[in-house]
Design a protein around this ligand. Structure first.
Ligand SMILES: [Zn+2]
Length: 156
């Protein structure tokens, strides 16, 4: 629908007409896509691990000694990336069997900080937000790949 209005004006118009604003539907759609994508990714990862396991024989303790390669990548080149990912790749098949993302950024934290909230209120808000916070790294961008590896191999 072309109404010659910006996104905010369009939503105001829609609200005044007692219709559901597009923004709410957009966020609902985003949430739905995220949930389904995470669910599918989990299923694919489980199937991949099962497929890789079938190529190995566990030792007498039931432990699989799987040959792996570690590789990492940043969201962007240079030393300014705020996001990196590390992946454990099975050496023979090239299948990713585990991964870890490392982030120096959380959109919700940044938005909250930009509201000029008091330090005390921010600390209180962060207590509730901690489990959902996307920021899990505080060092340099160059160290993110290593940080992901340490998380994956249980040394951090
Ligand atoms: Zn956060």
């Amino acid at each position: 629908m072309e109404v010659g209005l910006g996104f905010t004006s369009y939503n105001k118009l829609i609200s005044n007409m007692s219709m559901t604003p597009l923004y709410a539907k957009y966020q609902d759609t985003q949430r739905h896509i995220l949930q389904k994508t995470e669910q599918k990714a989990k299923e694919v990862m489980e199937k991949t691990r099962d497929a890789v396991k079938r190529h190995y024989t566990p030792d007498q303790d039931g432990i699989y000694n799987i040959k792996v390669i570690y590789d990492g990548s940043w969201q962007k080149r240079g030393h300014t990336s705020k996001l990196a990912v590390g992946a454990v790749v099975e050496a023979h098949t090239g299948c990713v069997i585990d991964f870890e993302t490392v982030s120096k950024f959380c959109e919700k934290c940044t938005k909250k900080e930009n509201t000029k909230i008091s330090k005390k209120d921010m600390e209180e808000w962060k207590k509730g937000h901690k489990q959902k916070c996307q920021k899990n790294y505080d060092g340099s961008s160059g160290g993110m790949e290593t940080a992901a590896a340490l998380k994956l191999f249980g040394e951090a």
